[in-house]
Design a binder for this molecule. Structure first.
Ligand SMILES: *Cc1c(COP(=O)(O)O)cnc(C)c1O
Length: 338
């Protein structure tokens, strides 16, 4: 089976299993797990923030950021195809009592400074006031596009001028940095807080990081306990997470594999596939006889699996557990079902 549903499907390698086995541990709720403390310090450094917090999932990291930045009843500005809005069970409403206002970030999913200013609501006798702008990089629904630091900076500056903090859903921000060939902290420089996943392309079995100013992270730590995310001897999973931080450069392989896969699939009759910037390949089946469900079912018959992303759109995601030979095999197998 060639599993291209997500970059979350990878299994930990030997180094990660060894790190889990040998991790020095303590009770992290008391701040006494040396492995978690080391992971938080290194993660903060990677994204250029004062402090970081280890969280079980990216979803918890995003939702904690929203909860910690805002007051109940405020508005949050999000991109209309963003993960925090579309794929987190309405958590912004359920966990933080936020009203969502969406901005259409266009083809690359990044709102302009004008859109941020237009979307902003000033608190008064009738209006709730905006509490946070949330951005996403790479943008998952837009096909893993790597948004340039200048674009992030422009939207963030517009928010900051209005007194609004900015959170970045950077689940795959390391992919963005590698694709743009800049250090990760350059991509995260203009945002106040950033969440990134250890459990996707970086290959860890579990875990994500939320990073930002020290005072913010202290507040988020209390909210993590509230959300049920205070973990005990978490060094057992943070150890593999530390290994994962060493895998940033490896993401270039996933990007090369995605490009090869996209080019091969685009050559097949009926499929149209744009060149990917990172590890996400969106396959448009509109010119074939198959819709997304039928295409996925046909692929599964030949042991290739992906995810539905629209009525005529399928996502294939490359990762550590597939290689360039798997890309060639995938192209051959997909050709056989068309
Ligand atoms: C995967 C993902 C998340 C959530 O991460 P989980 O660990 O699956 O909860 C958040 N944002 C984006 C853009 C993602 O791709």
């Amino acid at each position: 089976m060639i599993d291209l549903r997500s970059d979350t499907v990878t299994k930990p390698d030997e180094a990660m299993r060894e790190a889990a086995l040998t991790a020095d541990v303590g009770d992290d709720v008391y701040g006494e797990d040396p492995t978690v403390n080391e992971l938080e310090a290194q993660a903060a450094e990677l994204v250029g923030k004062e402090a970081a917090l280890y969280v079980p999932t990216g979803t918890m990291g995003n939702q904690l950021a929203a909860r910690t930045h805002t007051e109940r009843g405020q508005e949050i500005l999000v991109e209309r195809e963003s993960h925090i809005y579309k794929w987190e069970l309405g958590g912004l409403a359920q966990l933080s009592s936020l009203q969502v206002r969406t901005l259409d970030g266009g083809e690359r999913g990044i709102p302009t400074p004008e859109q941020v200013r237009e979307g902003y609501v000033e608190e008064d006798a009738h209006r709730p006031g905006t509490g946070l702008l949330s951005l996403e990089n790479t943008h998952n629904s837009k096909g893993g596009v790597a948004i340039e630091p200048e674009k992030i900076e422009a939207a963030a500056a517009a928010a900051h001028d209005l007194g609004l903090p900015v959170h970045l859903d950077g689940a795959r921000v390391c992919n963005a940095a590698v694709a743009l060939d800049v250090p990760v902290h350059e991509v995260t420089e203009s945002v106040d807080t950033v969440m990134f996943c250890l459990s996707k392309g970086l290959g860890a079995p579990v875990g994500s990081m939320l990073a930002g100013p020290e005072e913010f992270i202290a507040k988020a730590r209390r909210n993590r306990k509230l959300f049920g995310g205070g973990m005990r001897q978490a060094g057992i999973i943070a150890g593999p997470g530390l290994e994962a931080l060493g895998n940033v450069e490896r993401l270039a392989d996933d990007h090369a594999n995605a490009k090869a896969l996209a080019a091969g699939l685009d050559d097949l009759p009926g499929l149209s596939v744009a060149e990917p910037e990172t590890n996400i390949v969106l396959v448009d089946t509109s010119d074939s006889a198959l819709d997304a469900d039928e295409f996925l079912a046909a692929c599964e018959e030949v042991d290739v699996i992906g995810s539905k992303f629209g009525e005529q759109t399928v996502r294939f995601c490359t990762h550590w557990d597939v290689d360039s030979a798997d890309m060639e095999t995938t192209i051959e197998r997909v050709a056989s079902v068309l």
